[in-house]
Design a protein around this ligand. Structure first.
Ligand SMILES: Cc1ncc(COP(=O)(O)O)c(C=O)c1O
Length: 379
């Protein structure tokens, strides 16, 4: 789909609801230019390898960040800076998954995590979601069923806030229940916090990691969705006993995350700039989310869809007979509107009639028109 969108964009102006990026015009690129200049002028180490776990001063700042924004008491020695959350997720697969292992995910879940873990030979089991996130009662009965069969999953993967692809945010009760269940069955949780900082309403949520008194949560962090995907800076906050083995596996694979990016992110955090960048992003994307929800209400009101309080996506359930793949291809071809079919995010054959729309990257003045064109095509 992505290559088809790129092809189409060469010949006509495409209204894209396909991305998973923040808006490059919301990101303060001039500020970054200035920081980058200072980084290269002032830091000899900007052009060298860093320790594989990241430059110490950034790990200190991420530790502070975990306290301030995620309510987690961390220590720099538990933090490994990665090439985005993507590398963190790949490392988890590489180190922890063996052929035949069962891995529990939300259904649907982030397609790249599914794609990056599948080659390790795991069996992915998807737990349905509702508007409060993963249905933890269904999770409980699935675990009971597996246990009766002598099977124990390797871990539970969740994107609790502004989930990709649905935009759903897991309620606090569900988070607590999920943690209780993991504790009862002695399972690890991988908490993907990629969208934790993009919350548009007053909601009572906290990271699952902040409830972790037993050292069973691996937190995957990313600066991509607020600071920009191109910087490629993410991190792992690991239970202590896992740190060394993760470092030993990461080092030979990449040496380190890009050092200029590490230094830029470090300065953004140290100089107290993150808060303002985040607040501007929230303001801009909240407005775009509202424009998209209004347009959906206006043109597509009969279609079931999510009402995200966080993240970047709205998820649509089209009438059963509509195939999301075909629709996405045809609406791109005939109306120059790019969307992402929901089916690849599912662990099973359900979800063929779904579509993911991104609201963070589309130009404000084209959101209404894009949704109108999409709805005309569906009708
Ligand atoms: C849920 C989720 N996790 C992780 C990532 C990876 O992002 P990055 O590697 O840019 O940090 C993404 C990107 O779309 C995502 O949606």
């Amino acid at each position: 789909m992505v290559s088809k969108i790129a092809e189409k964009s060469k010949v006509t102006r495409v209204i894209s609801f396909a991305a998973g990026d923040p808006d490059p015009d919301v990101i303060p690129r001039a500020l970054y230019a200035n920081l980058a200049k200072r980084v290269f002028e002032e830091e000899r180490k900007s052009v060298t390898y860093s320790p594989t776990e990241g430059i110490p001063e950034l790990r200190e700042e991420i530790t502070r960040f975990m306290g301030m924004y995620e309510g987690v008491e961390a220590s720099p020695s538990d933090i490994i800076v990665t090439v985005g959350g993507s590398q963190a997720l790949d490392l988890i697969g590489k180190l922890m998954m063996d052929p035949g292992d069962i891995v529990i995910v939300e259904n649907p879940s982030y397609v790249n995590t599914l794609l990056v873990w599948k080659p390790y030979g795991v069996r992915l089991i998807g737990i349905p979601m509702d508007e409060n996130g993963m249905d933890t009662h269904l999770l409980e009965s699935k675990l009971r069923e597996l246990k009766a069969d002598g099977k124990f999953p390797k871990l539970i993967y969740t994107i609790p806030t502004g989930q990709n692809p649905t935009g759903i945010t897991m309620s606090l009760d569900r988070r607590k229940h999920l943690y209780e269940i993991a504790s009862q069955y002695d399972l690890l949780i991988v908490e993907d916090g990629a969208y934790n900082q993009l919350v548009y309403e007053q909601v009572e949520v906290k990271s699952i990691k902040s409830m972790d008194v037993e050292g069973r949560v691996i937190f995957v962090g990313s600066f991509s969705k607020v600071l920009g995907t191109g910087l490629r800076v993410g991190w792992l906050h690991l239970p202590r006993e896992l740190v060394d083995v993760f470092k030993a596996t990461k080092g030979p694979a990449d040496m380190c995350a890009p050092v200029p990016s590490q230094l830029i992110v470090y300065r953004i955090l140290r100089e107290g700039l993150f808060k303002e960048i985040k607040e501007n992003a929230i303001k801009a994307y909240k407005e775009k989310r509202d424009l998209m929800l209004d347009a959906i209400d206006k043109y597509l009101h009969v279609i079931k869809h999510t009402h995200p309080v966080a993240g970047m996506f709205i998820f649509l359930w089209l009438p059963e007979h509509i195939d999301g793949w075909r629709l996405a291809e045809e609406v791109l071809e005939k109306k120059a509107v790019a969307t992402i079919p929901g089916a690849p995010f599912y662990t099973d054959q359900t979800g063929r009639n779904t579509l993911r729309l991104n609201f963070s990257m589309a130009p404000r003045d084209l959101i209404d028109r894009g949704v109108r064109d999409l709805s005309e095509f569906i009708k």
